[in-house]
Design a protein around this ligand. Structure first.
Ligand SMILES: *Cc1c(COP(=O)(O)O)cnc(C)c1O
Length: 389
């Protein structure tokens, strides 16, 4: 079987320095909040053109933390796509708020700004929930339509979160999503474009006060500098809790891994774009290949094609040693825990896409010869099974 994502090739490239970095943490004993954490946060902020970056336990907690910082909770609505990984919508019930599902654009699968505007108006008109925030997802690695989304969130006075778990590193007209969003969240789950060797996540933010709150919330709401300004305490402020938070620290070992991986990340994004361009060139006439928003650069977490008879093609490819995956076969608004939440206007584009999408092997180390085998297997199947015209 051809690898779907080749982490072994990446590890071979990173070589001994990666293993040395891990061993250094093991020998240092600074397993929690060791010096690599602050170094990684600084490098991550620089990469993402962000004033502040906070590492945390996972991409899921990266979404929960800003909702907590803004005190979003019961009675509040947070708008998000349904065509996404469960974590995007899960963050809301975790703080007691309600997700409101919005349909996506048929060409990019990212949240539709016009539908978003209509959904917010519908929730306001109904009068049961208070709109507070929007979570846009950079699905499969490409930026959502942030200029249009920001116009909508500004009009209604809502926070804008970029869930860039799949898209960290993507840009729109040269800017990262944080140019428009209040915070960008990401995940370092191993299979993401920038992954570690376990679980990890981050929140990039623009506002110093929000970052300060996130620092506090990450460690049980402990007092941070802004809480202590102008005050004195007769005990260690480490055990002074100012708010209910949680434990969402990233392991020092993961920061050490990510510091190594960041050094090659820009190069890997370029390589992923070469792979994507090659797929488009050789498949564009037989299946629907992805379209990227004007001015957008994707990091290609996934390369997703659309075809009739998706399941037949997937079975054929499996027989040829080519793995594929379906993201996502059942949209969230149709899954048991989420059915009860509002979905104003319905989600026809999402429902249609779920039946057609197929993700092909995609990573920075996909050799042209291997890609040729994948392309040939797809072309053969599509030609043999073309519906009569
Ligand atoms: C992976 C993912 C997350 C969650 O990340 P974890 O680190 O696995 O918690 C959130 N949103 C999207 C869109 C994702 O793909």
């Amino acid at each position: 079987m051809i690898p779907f994502i080749d982490l072994a090739a990446q590890r071979a490239r990173l070589g001994q320095p990666l293993e040395d970095a891990i061993l250094k943490v093991v020998r240092s004993g600074a397993y929690i909040m060791g010096p690599e954490i602050a170094r990684f946060e600084a490098e991550l902020a620089a990469f993402g053109q962000a004033p502040h970056a906070l590492s945390c336990g996972s991409g899921t907690e990266a979404l929960v933390l800003p909702l907590m910082a803004w005190e979003i909770g019961p009675g509040d609505a947070v708008f998000c796509p349904s065509f996404t990984f469960a974590a995007t919508a899960e963050a809301m019930p975790l703080v007691g708020a309600s997700p409101v599902f919005v349909d996506v654009l048929p060409d990019t699968y990212n949240i539709d700004p016009a539908r978003l505007d209509a959904a917010i108006a519908a929730v306001i008109a109904e009068g049961k929930l208070t709109p507070r925030a929007v979570i846009a997802v950079d699905l499969f690695g490409q930026p959502a339509d942030y200029a249009a989304l920001k116009a909508v969130t500004d009009r209604y006075g809502l926070k804008l979160i970029s869930d860039s778990a799949q898209g960290f590193g993507c840009t729109l007209r040269g800017d990262h999503p944080l140019h428009w969003a209040d915070v960008t969240t990401t995940s370092f789950f191993p299979a993401k474009p920038l992954g570690c060797y376990g679980d990890g996540g981050a929140v990039l933010s623009k506002d110093a006060r929000v970052h300060d709150l996130l620092v506090s919330l990450r460690v049980h709401g402990q007092a941070v500098a802004s809480d202590l300004e102008g005050r004195t305490f007769d005990h260690d402020p480490k055990y002074l809790n100012m708010r209910v938070g949680m434990n969402s620290r990233m392991d020092t070992i993961q920061a050490a891994v990510l510091l190594q991986k960041l050094t090659i990340f820009a190069d890997e994004i370029a390589a992923r774009n070469r792979v994507a361009a090659r797929y488009a060139e050789h498949l564009g006439d037989v299946v629907r290949v992805p379209s990227v928003i004007d001015g957008g650069v994707s990091v290609w977490a996934q390369y997703v094609i659309e075809t009739h008879d998706r399941d037949g093609l997937a079975a054929h490819l499996r027989g040829e040693g080519v793995p594929t995956a379906v993201y996502y076969p059942v949209p969230l608004h149709q899954q048991a825990p989420y059915r009860r939440y509002p979905q104003p206007g319905g989600l026809p584009v999402t429902e249609a896409a779920a039946g057609k999408v197929l993700a092909l092997p995609m990573h920075a180390y996909l050799e042209p010869e291997t890609q040729d085998r994948i392309v040939a297997a797809i072309r053969n199947y599509v030609k043999r099974n073309r519906p009569p015209s």
